[in-house]
Ligand binder design. Structure first.
Ligand code: SF4
Length: 264
């Protein structure tokens, strides 16, 4: 595996790696200390708002290939955190992801995960790791709608009961390290009625929430800044801990949903 090219915007640095069989994956360095890494070539979940899943799954990355994204950059960048949030669903390649997790931990790095929470059994395992945050994509509390937004992401009811069971015994502080993500899509899931349902779920579980901004990949419309802000204030008013997409995640280069398989 080798570093093929580097791309820069004002906020992010994107790295394209070529694997030994010629496929390419991407990593993003952002916030001055965090490397977002990929775990698969492509993705089987095929969320319609994400470019990484548009080709489906090609193959899993080995634990070596996951680790190498950090290893090839560590001498030139001040990486202190790893976000397992690039191309691929980490739970779909769990054995290799967990092997690289322990290597990162042994290097003293903080590791956080972004997942759709499926397969559910692995979500239970993931929650038990000494992680630095897990963000689970919900995007809708309505099963039929979630199925459209996360087509191969398992059953919503089972996801919620898994979360209930795995989170139950955790301290208040540990519960807050788990966040439910809601990607706000104009005219799709942005009604206050649906946001109220989301608040109820977040409150019941005692976790945090992340309100994600949609980077335009051509399939949906993003709410305006004002609509986004209003929904954020609505969530806050209901007493849940909520964070917003950072400007790094909203960047066209390397932002959420913008990583490509085999960029040319
Ligand atoms: S959002 Fe995540 S799970 Fe969905 S297609 Fe993209 S990489 Fe896969």
């Amino acid at each position: 595996m080798r570093l093929l090219s580097t791309h820069r915007s004002e906020l992010n640095q994107l790295f394209v790696f070529e694997l030994s069989d010629g496929y390419k994956v991407e990593s993003v360095f952002y916030r001055g200390d965090t490397l977002c890494i990929s775990t698969q070539v492509g993705c089987a979940i095929k969320c319609p708002f994400c470019l990484s899943g548009s080709l489906g799954l090609v193959r899993n990355l080995s634990s070596e290939e996951i680790y190498a994204q950090y290893d090839l950059l560590k001498d030139t960048l001040p990486i202190r955190r790893i976000a397992v949030a690039g191309i691929g669903e980490p739970l779909m390649n769990y054995p290799n992801v967990v092997m690289s997790f322990w290597r990162f931990k042994n290097m003293g790095l903080k590791v956080s995960f972004y997942t759709i929470g499926f397969p559910h059994t692995y979500l239970g395992h993931l929650i038990k790791l000494p992680h630095n945050g897990i963000t689970v994509s919900i995007h809708s509390t309505r099963a039929d709608k979630r199925k459209k937004l996360i087509p191969h992401g398992g059953n919503l009811e089972t996801l919620i009961s898994t979360l209930r069971k795995e989170i139950e015994g955790l301290s208040k502080r540990k519960k807050k390290k788990i966040s439910l993500a809601y990607l706000l899509l104009k005219g799709i899931n942005d009604s206050y009625e649906e946001l109220e349902e989301f608040v109820r779920l977040v409150s019941e579980l005692g976790v945090s929430a992340t309100l994600l901004y949609y980077n335009d990949t051509g399939s949906f419309k993003a709410p305006s800044e004002q609509e986004y802000e209003e929904r954020f204030l609505f969530l806050k008013k209901h007493g849940i801990k909520v964070t917003l997409s950072t400007r790094f995640r909203k960047d066209k280069l390397g932002g959420c949903g913008m990583l490509l398989v085999n960029r040319v």
